[in-house]
Design a protein around this ligand. Structure first.
Ligand code: C5J
Length: 223
């Protein structure tokens, strides 16, 4: 299925593709969560919810593989590098009590995925301690075992976990299509540049397309 993308068309083979939804967690997206507590405008991320929901529905309808990630750490914080914990010199750090439980700790309310995009039974959820979804996770093994070579990437934030994951995936031989309106950043200019970095130089890290182009292609194969 051919998708109108930049820098040129992307040939999506649904059997070889996974929809990856990165870190759509309550602490990053919900009013009153950790992200907002740090002074960020969560509206910049929340605008991605509806486009992702529509793409997710179309992808599930077409029978494609869906995978989700969550950034976070073990309750004993044994996998939290001290450098990550103290970075930013914030009063409240990862592992401390936050508005929705301990910040970025697995099992806490704020660490979980927002209800609007909650994983369906059987959809793998990757718990990742870093920004990239391949670092210290079994994502690569799961994708390889399922014969996946293409990743359609959505989630937050564009310049941090989305870009890091796309770069990791690119070096491992995956073709990544980043869905522009399904990604977001607290900083609109970083979002724009994050997308431009992916598709620059003939698609140095991958492709970029709007969700309507992906949904249209999915509808064409299911109708
Ligand atoms: C950040 C993320 N920004 N998911 N995490 O710390 O991008």
């Amino acid at each position: 299925m051919r998708i109108d993308a930049e820098p040129y068309e992307y040939d999506l083979d649904l059997k070889s593709a996974a929809l990856l939804i990165i870190d759509m967690q309550r602490d990053f997206l919900e009013p009153g969560g950790f992200g907002e507590m740090l002074g960020n405008d969560v509206g910049q991320l929340r605008r991605t919810i509806e486009p992702i929901r529509a793409l997710l529905a179309a992808w599930r309808q077409a029978g494609g593989l869906v995978m989700h990630t969550r950034e976070g750490h073990r309750p004993d914080l044994a996998d939290l590098p001290p450098a990550k914990r103290i970075r930013g010199r914030g009063i409240t750090c990862i592992g401390d009590a936050g508005p929705m439980g301990r910040i970025l700790v697995r099992g806490e309310v704020g660490h979980d995925i927002i209800p609007e995009l909650y994983p369906a039974a059987g959809e793998p959820v990757i718990d990742k301690p870093g920004k990239g979804a391949f670092f210290a996770t079994d994502l690569h093994a799961i994708l390889r075992n399922r014969g996946i070579s293409q990743i359609v990437v959505t989630g937050v934030t564009t310049e941090v976990c989305v870009n890091t994951t796309v770069r990791e995936a690119n070096d491992r031989g995956y073709d990544c299509l980043v869905v522009a309106d399904c990604c977001g950043s607290y900083f609109p200019e970083f979002h724009e540049m994050g997308l431009r970095m992916v598709k620059a130089q003939g698609g140095i890290f991958g492709w970029v397309a709007p969700s309507r182009a992906v949904i249209q292609a999915l509808r064409d194969v299911t109708s």
